[in-house]
Design a protein around this ligand. Structure first.
Ligand SMILES: C[S@@+](CC[C@H](N)C(=O)[O-])C[C@H]1O[C@@H](n2cnc3c(N)ncnc32)[C@H](O)[C@@H]1O
Length: 274
């Protein structure tokens, strides 16, 4: 356990009291889904093909004899990232709780690695759960070798999903600015407005009926909404995305405010903004 408890949101007592358990809500449901037959899992949570494609690109760009990939929030295999675990490259994972996949417990605000130690960092669905994402991204930049790669997925229009451990959301431009000290390889929506609508149906139902179970039942009935994502062109998907991704290379300069204004990839271009 490599946590500086004096400077971390984590409490020693809580981490030690629940070894191997998740500190945030939703653990039981996630375990149930992970144990369900493959067809049920695929129906409830289809494969994240965006992540799969991006992880493939990341792996194809790794160079050197024995590249090292660091997975932050790596207690579970993220949807679509399974190729990372095929044996090469070497993968080190950490999280705020331990599982068979974690090599140590740590807080991403203080990654216990020397500077320039890793070739790539994967941080999928984690930055919304940290108190200070800017600081975590600075840490990612620090531990990467020059030319090192980062792959991030972060929610934009999603409801709270880990109770007290859910803090932040990003538009496509906001996400790009968060990674302003990186050069972009590719970025975009992970899932579009159909998926976002599905989340809203779930949360509207649970609010009206004061029941998480009712929300999940409504979600099951409206799962088809996700399919509408395919019909939405990229700029509109970007403005209404459920989550966005960024795949980039560690850079030695930062994007400027002018560049981020020109960057906006959505459907609401304003005359004179470029
Ligand atoms: C929504 S889960 C995503 C897990 C996995 N990456 C995936 O995509 O399925 C968020 C993960 O981030 C971890 N996490 C939250 N705060 C963290 C922190 N400060 N440092 C490291 N991991 C953290 C949580 O424990 C949890 O495993």
């Amino acid at each position: 356990m490599l946590v500086d408890f004096e400077r971390s949101i984590l409490e020693r007592g809580a981490v030690e009291a629940v070894p191997g358990a998740r500190l945030a809500p939703g653990a039981r449901r996630r375990r149930l889904i992970s144990r369900a037959p493959a067809r049920v899992r695929a129906w409830w949570m289809p494969r994240n093909t965006v992540a799969a494609r991006n992880v493939e690109t990341l792996m194809s760009r790794l160079t050197g004899p024995s590249p090292l990939v660091l997975v932050i929030g790596g207690a579970e295999i993220g949807n679509g990232t399974d190729a990372l675990y095929s044996g090469a490259p070497a993968v080190i994972g950490f999280d705020i709780y331990g599982t068979a996949l974690t090599h140590f417990i740590a807080d991403a605000h203080q990654i216990p690695f020397r500077s320039g130690a890793v070739d790539a960092v994967v941080v999928q669905a984690v930055l919304e759960h940290v108190l200070d994402p800017e600081r975590v991204v600075r840490e990612i930049h620090r531990v990467l070798k020059p030319g090192g790669l980062v792959y991030a997925e972060t929610p934009f229009l999603q409801q709270v999903h880990a109770g007290p451990y859910d803090f932040t959301r990003y538009t496509a431009s906001g996400h790009r600015w968060l990674f302003r000290a990186f050069e972009e390889i590719t970025a975009g929506p992970v899932a579009g407005p159909g998926t976002q609508m599905l989340w809203s149906v779930d949360h509207l139902t649970r609010g009206l009926l004061r029941s998480g179970l009712a929300g999940r039942l409504a979600r099951a009935v409206f799962l088809w909404l996700r399919r509408l994502d395919r019909l939405v062109p990229a700029p509109y998907a970007s403005d209404g995305a459920s989550a966005c991704f960024f795949l980039g290379v560690r850079a030695e300069r930062e994007l400027t405010p002018r560049e981020i204004r020109q960057y906006y990839p959505g459907a609401q271009r304003i005359a004179g903004s470029g």
